[in-house]
Design a protein around this ligand. Structure first.
Ligand SMILES: [Zn+2]
Length: 447
């Protein structure tokens, strides 16, 4: 007997947590945090007994896939955590940072002291295109998901009711062209497929067009002596931005103006990325082989300490500041926004999706003023947004990913808001596969 049950990212994007029972073996795929409007769900106890889970498979190190692991361990999970080495390295940074932020809240979900016991359960490593036998009836394999460094999709092959069955969990799938990481790889066969649907309703702007736009906006601003503020996510997006700025630097287009990387987390993540040279795409790999650091260039200044961060404003001329958080919900970017939003020669350049009701979305849509750290700030600077850098596949690419998989009995849609799920369901139905189902929270599915 084998069945699946959803405990997160069903009819929503965050809180990824999928349960699979095969015979007596109980497996979780991801244990992520609910974010944004769904944050309150984090406080609810797990609807299963964490003590009974044998394995936790982690697809990648975004918080909405790993954020509740310390809680799971606190509640009694003692099984093995399986991931790629890169995912484990990044998870260490992300969970410690997350615990630091949680500690500033009234009733923190967990604290820094809960992180180490969780990290100790990692250590069963599996890399893409390799397999691992969990029991004599259950074998798992990973494939590169092309989403962020170390991200994978998972195939679980098991013997049940006299036959061999396979189930694939997509994790988060990336675009077929990425700025730095190697692109998505496809599974050939599976009986049951659980696929993310974040952008099931839309098509991204072309990546090359976005890169051109990004560079043009920056060059225009520094030419007139302005400051460019880039609110950026510490994981993957910042490294992509550094790589693109290095290209400008190599062409002599930055004119020696300073580029500040003003985020301790982003600085640490960038360092970690350099430990995994084999996980990048051809362009970056070529650079590494030529002994070039893909994320460093002469104009780059890393401001790790608060003191060095505060000195940025003493540089009066043109400059570029990359700081978190990506949606301007706190972090050092808030101080830069207060200072630089008020002058029309400056530019605030968004490079990631801004969720409705965040400060980032407020600035993006602001007519005259924005509310930052309790202050009303007049918006005089130019506000721009580059939309094609997404780490997620769009509708075409999700269908393309599915199209590669043969022998599918049913496609299950997860990790998407209801409108996106509905559009993708219709597309899958008309183009690929009759049997397609939107998974509901706590729904149990026999496999
Ligand atoms: Zn992700």
């Amino acid at each position: 007997m084998a069945f699946y049950k959803s405990y997160g990212a069903a009819g929503e994007v965050t809180g990824s947590c999928h349960f699979l029972q095969i015979g007596k073996t109980k497996i979780l795929i991801d244990c992520g945090m609910f974010q944004g409007d769904e944050e309150e769900f984090n406080k609810e106890p797990f609807d299963f007994n964490p003590k009974e889970i044998d394995y936790l498979i982690v697809t990648h190190a975004h918080l909405d896939h790993i954020g509740r692991i310390p809680l799971l361990v606190k509640e009694g999970f003692t099984g093995k955590i399986i991931s790629t080495r890169a995912t484990f390295s990044i998870t260490q940074l992300m969970l410690k940072n997350s615990a630091g932020i949680l500690e500033t809240k009234k009733e923190p979900l967990y604290t820094t002291k809960d992180v180490d016991p969780a990290l100790h359960l990692f250590g069963t490593f599996l890399e893409p295109n390799k397999s691992l036998e969990l029991t004599k009836n259950i074998k798992i394999s990973f494939k590169n998901a092309g989403h962020i460094l170390g991200a994978v999709s998972v195939r679980i092959k098991f013997f049940d009711e006299g036959i061999t069955k396979t189930v694939v969990f997509s994790g988060d799938i990336g675009q077929s062209k990425r700025i730095i990481t190697s692109p998505v790889k496809y599974w050939k066969k599976a009986n049951y497929v659980f696929i993310e649907s974040t952008y099931g309703h839309s098509i991204h702007q072309n990546l090359n067009v976005s890169i051109k736009e990004f560079k043009k906006e920056i060059l225009e601003t520094i030419k007139k002596g302005g400051t460019v503020v880039i609110p950026s996510f510490a994981l993957e997006r910042t490294q992509e931005i550094l790589f693109l700025l290095k290209q400008l630097s190599q062409k002599g287009k930055l004119q020696d103006i300073p580029v500040y990387l003003d985020s301790p987390l982003a600085i640490n993540v960038t360092k970690t990325f350099k430990n995994y040279p084999k996980l990048f795409n051809n362009k970056v790999t070529k650079m590494i082989k030529a002994n070039e650091d893909p994320f460093d260039f002469v104009e780059l200044i890393q401001t790790y300490t608060k003191e060095s961060s505060q000195k940025i404003e003493s540089h009066k001329g043109a400059k570029i500041i990359i700081a978190g958080s990506g949606m301007c919900q706190g972090g050092r970017v808030s101080y830069h926004l207060i200072k630089y939003l008020q002058d029309k020669k400056n530019l605030v350049l968004f490079v990631g999706f801004q969720v409705h009701s965040t400060t980032g979305s407020q600035i993006l849509n602001a007519k005259h003023e924005a509310h930052i750290l309790g202050m009303k700030i007049p918006v005089q600077a130019k506000i721009s947004s580059v939309s094609g850098f997404s780490a997620h596949a769009d509708q075409h690419e999700l269908l393309e990913w599915l199209n590669h998989i043969k022998d599918v009995n049913c496609v299950y849609l997860v990790h998407g808001d209801i409108p996106q799920l509905k559009v993708l369901k219709e597309k899958v139905k008309t183009k690929l596969q009759d049997k397609v189902h939107i998974v509901k929270m706590h729904e149990q599915i026999h496999l």
